[in-house]
Design a protein around this ligand. Structure first.
Ligand SMILES: [Zn+2]
Length: 307
């Protein structure tokens, strides 16, 4: 990694992260991300260019709006730093190449979608659908596939020198990844709806996984769904336990209930809390897709060796 290039790549990531913050705020409200310029969400005062420098402005202003002194969410800095760090990671992993550009674009889309889902429980079409198209387009220039080598060894013999066949296979893996990702989530959502009577996953998640599939191909898409389900379940379990313990303690301390009763009542309210509190599953899908992108192949190779 060349330090003279690493710094500009990081700064570029910060700038893209700054733009993502605008997207996270405006896309769910169906507002233009271009016009008007940035304004304080509280007092609507336009933000001057010198107050709009990623990370630095937030630190200089003490995390508050210059005009109305309303605190600015630390999310703004988190998104900028995360995007910068991911751009740097893409450059470190893929070098000065078109592959690095592809994975920077992927990281950009995922960070935007993860934070939008966490804040608004929405995954805007304006990110997922262009993302899907971009993923498929990139597959023609940066090979997605290990489809031929991983799934059909010996069945398909591709002459490595043949330029057209790797592009076709890569495109096939991308399209197949999108289809498998979307179908999986659609199916899981339908089963969940039948079983629990509430919608656990929406069409936003379906389109998100179509996008992920187009970028990562079939194998890593399945890995993403699998690991996200585990992470989501663990998080749900942890939430229930925390709520249960808190409610039980409160009942014992404040209402002087006997411990047995308090535990029973606490458990009931933890169940209700879980049902009411809809988990933004897109956050888990997006994070695991990011992990799969950098570590998925290594993880699978390690896993196959264990088998
Ligand atoms: Zn303000």
């Amino acid at each position: 990694m060349d330090l003279a290039l690493a710094i500009p790549v990081f700064v570029l990531g910060l700038a893209f992260g700054s733009f993502l913050n605008v997207c996270v705020y405006r896309l769910p409200l169906d507002l233009s991300v271009v016009r008007p310029g940035s304004a304080c969400p509280n007092c609507k005062q336009a933000i001057k260019f010198y107050d709009n420098i990623p990370v630095l402005s937030w630190i200089f202003l003490g995390g508050r709006c210059r005009n109305c002194k309303e605190p600015i969410s630390p999310r703004y800095v988190a998104v900028e730093l995360l995007t910068g760090a991911l751009f740097l990671l893409c450059y470190a992993a893929f070098g000065w190449s078109l592959a690095a550009v592809k994975y920077c674009a992927f990281a950009f889309l995922l960070v935007g979608l993860i934070f939008t889902d966490a804040e608004t429980h929405l995954l805007p079409d304006k990110m997922t659908l262009p993302g899907l198209m971009l993923g498929i387009l990139f597959s023609l220039f940066v090979p997605v596939n290990d489809l031929a080598t991983q799934f059909l060894p010996g069945v398909v013999s591709v002459p490595v020198s043949s330029d057209i066949s790797w592009r076709l296979l890569s495109l096939a893996d991308s399209v197949l990844g999108a289809a498998v990702g979307a179908a999986f989530i659609y199916g899981a959502g339908a089963i969940y709806l039948r079983a629990r009577g509430v919608e656990g996953m929406g069409f936003g998640d379906v389109k998100l996984m179509a996008m992920v599939g187009a970028f990562l191909g079939m194998k890593l898409t399945i890995l993403t769904i699998f690991t996200a389900s585990i992470a989501g379940s663990l998080f749900g379990l942890w939430t229930v336990l925390v709520v249960w313990l808190k409610r039980t303690r409160r009942r014992i301390e404040r209402h002087h209930e006997p411990a047995n009763e308090a535990r029973k009542h606490g458990w009931a309210s933890a169940q209700i809390a879980l049902r009411r509190h809809q988990m933004p599953f897109g956050v888990f899908l997006g994070s695991m897709a990011m992990l799969a992108c950098f570590m998925g192949d290594r993880f699978l190779r390690w896993y196959w060796r264990l088998m």
